[in-house]
Write a protein that binds this ligand. Structure first.
Ligand code: DAK
Length: 259
């Protein structure tokens, strides 16, 4: 792959988007490669957590590629939006939790990529926004749907309708990112959190992600039914037996992650 690198370390897969001359902007090839990388980690039982970041110190992803989009016809733009949405939905429904380590500009499609992740940690140099209206277009990779779910309707409307770009501190204040850390510590902090999640019961973590996803779309009754379902499923796993036994024996659990 030319633009997307995957490194695996201690149960954590780090996916790096590396197209630095264009501030890691997403063109067809980057999206294709990202899709392949996601398929590979999704089916890798050893991977407990995924971290997505951008190469270099300037950008996470500065958006969909404006040069590639500029000449698009209406059907081509629709196809482009569907492709991007399909890949970002793949992130959302990946079995493992995904952490976005936002190391710089996360604009347009870059902000939408981060929104499809479960957790967002930003460097103090990050800038986030949905500037599509400044280019005469709407969001196309899920921003109008996921941003309000993350920050609420008020800030989502302000960001998407104005195109304003937020600094990291404001993004943290409105809940767009979970934490802001010094740029030099970003990957270490993201990996620390990833390692913590990777140390938990892997089946429980995967099922919890599924239940959280259901909470975004289903009514409460359906969501509660689903929660009862996955809660029950945990009790068929060795990790539930071990986790509770270890608690009662006042020791650390040794999880296997087996179903
Ligand atoms: N696409 C292509 N190239 C980009 C880019 C982008 N999004 N962002 C930056 N670059 C390129 C620049 O053109 C420049 O290339 P060269 O001139 O060196 O060849 C290089 O990266 C460095 O950028 P700058 O020289 O501009 O660097 P600065 O530090 O001065 O400025 C910046 C950094 C991030 C503030 C600036 O580059 C910028 O404003 N970039 C555009 C950010 C942006 O507007 N992003 C949102 C893109 S729109 C849809 C599907 C998807 C989407 C929408 C609709 N449907 C199909 C409906 C998604 C849309 C977007 O993401």
């Amino acid at each position: 792959m030319d633009y997307v690198k995957v490194e695996r370390r201690d149960g954590v897969a780090v996916i790096t988007i590396d197209r630095q001359p264009a501030l890691n902007a997403l063109n067809w090839q980057v999206l294709d490669e990202l899709s392949d990388a996601l398929d590979a980690v999704a089916s890798d039982a050893e991977t407990r957590v995924v971290v997505i970041t951008g190469a270099g110190d300037r950008a996470f992803v500065a958006g969909a590629d404006i040069e590639a989009m500029q000449p698009m016809s209406v059907p081509e733009a629709r196809e482009w939006a569907v492709l991007g949405q399909r890949i970002f939905s793949k992130i959302e429904s990946l079995p493992q939790p995904v952490i976005a380590a936002i190391n710089g500009y996360a604009l347009g499609g870059g902000c939408e990529l981060a929104l499809a992740c479960d957790i967002r940690i930003a460097s103090d140099r990050a800038k986030l926004g949905q500037p599509e209206v400044t280019l005469g277009i709407t969001t196309g990779f899920g921003g109008s749907q996921r941003l309000p779910r993350v920050v609420g309707p008020g800030w989502a409307r302000q960001m998407i309708l104005s195109g304003d770009v937020l600094d990291a501190a404001t993004a943290e204040r409105i809940g767009l990112v979970n934490a802001v850390v010094p740029a030099a510590e970003l990957m270490a902090e993201a990996m620390k959190l990833a390692a913590k999640i990777a140390s938990r019961g892997a089946v429980a973590v995967r099922l919890a992600k599924r239940a959280l996803n259901v909470s975004m779309d289903a009514d409460l009754e359906t969501g509660l039914r689903f929660e009862a379902e996955v809660f029950g499923e945990c009790f068929g796993t060795p990790d539930q037996k071990e986790g509770m036994k270890a608690f009662l024996e006042k020791r650390k659990p040794v999880f296997t992650g087996k179903w």
